[in-house]
Design a protein around this ligand. Structure first.
Ligand code: ZN
Length: 372
């Protein structure tokens, strides 16, 4: 046992050494793989001084490494360039190239991207995987979307609820978006932007089979804007067949995502449910001596706190029916099964998560108690 512990410690030391150039920290995002897919952590809406952000692109890469993200995109406004007098850059691909160069010695995928920026009702949209951002800089928004399609881009509608464009904060799909969806030029929609969750955007995602996205839309610093206020940045989990740019794009186009902001998780039922199930490990199942109170430990292997509501016919001895399993932590329930059972179904509603407006998934685990 001691030898095992020692060799494990040695292994950790060696792997830490091998990652000397890593910017990772204890705050790193982490979510389990599900249903044969790799779970990739991404933030595909960010700005730098190459549009209206306040940092150089290299800072975005260092932030992403600290958060242990798998992929990022710098999505500069094509049409809004408030720093262009000080930082003239006729080539709209520059932020991407600088970021790509910064990330080259790291295991971080940098995806090319641009924000097509118009007034309401067209609004803002991000085009990812573009081959030449300059070609999107055209007069008519229709032509920008057509160019993105020609470049085989994945395009999503940004912050549809944004109140500068929607004073009542209530987003509506315009004829422009309907046309883009019909043409295969619009594939996704932000349901979480900068920490704001819009149920109406989730409804639109489900009605129009759009990919559910969560992004930071960061302009300043991730640490100042999120960390110092006790938050993690909003991200999109993408369930990809492998950890490559091509697989990432395939997964985004197929809609295999869950948007995450702290303990809020939003996704289609078929991806949210297996994710939550994989986040929780069940262990230490046993009746307390001479009682019919069953102890069960739930360990959360994700970086989000998970809130659950008891949906079983049994009540708890030790916890209220609403409880949290902390990120990377565990909670031991004491379930009053009234008589000793050989197996029970642990049934919990994940009340911090949404598969449709106001609808939480209920997750079930079959628990074998066994005999003593
Ligand atoms: Zn933006």
């Amino acid at each position: 046992m001691k030898i095992q512990v020692l060799s494990l410690a040695l292994l950790i030391c060696l792997s830490l050494n091998a990652q000397d150039h890593s910017h990772k920290s204890t705050r790193a995002f982490s979510f389990p793989d599900v249903s044969g897919y790799k779970t990739l952590t991404t933030d595909f809406h960010q700005h730098t001084v190459f549009s209206d952000g306040n940092v150089w692109p290299t800072i975005r890469i260092m932030e992403a490494l600290r958060d242990n993200l798998d992929a990022v995109s710098l999505t500069e406004h094509l049409e809004y360039q408030p720093h262009s007098e000080d930082i003239p850059h006729p080539d709209r691909n520059r932020a991407y190239q600088i970021a790509l160069n910064e990330a080259k010695s790291h295991d971080l995928m940098v995806i090319s991207g641009s924000e097509i920026t118009r007034g309401a009702p067209i609004g803002h949209s991000n085009a990812l995987f573009v081959t030449d951002a300059n070609k999107l800089l055209v007069d008519k928004a229709e032509d920008a979307f057509a160019s993105a399609k020609k470049q085989d881009a994945f395009v999503f509608w940004n912050h549809p609820a944004w109140y500068p464009q929607n004073p009542n904060g209530n987003p509506k799909l315009s004829d422009f978006q309907k046309e883009r969806i019909k043409n295969g030029e619009l594939h996704g929609i932000e349901v979480i932007n900068d920490g704001d969750y819009a149920e109406e955007s989730l409804a639109m995602a489900l009605e129009n089979n759009l990919t559910i996205m969560g992004t930071s839309d960061i302009h300043g610093l991730i640490d100042w804007h999120f960390k110092e206020k006790g938050h993690s940045r909003p991200i999109t989990l993408v369930f990809a067949k492998e950890r490559t740019k091509a697989a990432l794009k395939e997964a985004l186009l197929a809609g295999r995502t869950v948007a995450v902001f702290d303990e809020l998780l939003v996704g289609k039922e078929e991806y949210l449910k297996p994710l939550l199930k994989a986040c929780i490990e069940i262990s230490d199942i046993a009746y307390i001596n001479k009682t019919s109170i069953l102890k069960v430990t739930l360990t959360n292997n994700s970086s989000s706190d998970l809130l659950f509501q008891n949906k079983m016919p049994y009540t708890f001895y030790s916890h209220p029916p609403l409880f949290t399993v902390p990120a990377k932590g565990s909670t031991t329930l004491q379930i009053k099964t009234l008589e000793k059972k050989e197996n029970i179904t642990l049934s919990l509603e994940a009340v911090g998560t949404y598969m449709a407006p106001k609808q939480h998934p209920t997750i079930e685990w079959e628990i074998e108690v066994g005999t003593e």
